[in-house]
Design a protein around this ligand. Structure first.
Ligand SMILES: [Zn+2]
Length: 104
């Protein structure tokens, strides 16, 4: 029987519960895929490293691409091809245009 820390955030609890973890591993965070922090459905939660998470959320800042992982870049490329613009990353049109020039 796993005993959970009482001060865990709901999204952390949900993730741990469904993945049979006692706590979120050190250096990792739970990301809300649809960027809606109130949507704590397990399908919306993703475990990622602090570094990846920061990169993901900084991606619309000026120099964010320096910190971006291969995986995120792959995802961006796919979304550019599919024409899914700000859906996941909530980017402005200008930033997407810049990314498109870089990656296509
Ligand atoms: Zn996040």
């Amino acid at each position: 029987m796993i005993s959970y820390k009482i001060n865990m955030f709901l999204h952390q609890y949900v993730y741990c519960y469904f993945n049979n973890l006692e706590k979120i591993p050190d250096g990792y965070v739970i990301h809300h895929k649809d960027l809606n922090k109130l949507n704590n459905d397990i399908s919306n939660l993703e475990l990622m490293t602090n570094f990846e998470h920061k990169s993901l959320h900084n991606i619309n800042k000026k120099h964010a691409l320096k910190n971006t992982t291969e995986e995120i870049i792959e995802d961006i490329k796919n979304r550019i091809k599919l024409g899914e613009f700000e859906i996941k990353y909530k980017l402005s049109r200008g930033i997407w245009d810049r990314l498109r020039k870089v990656y296509l």
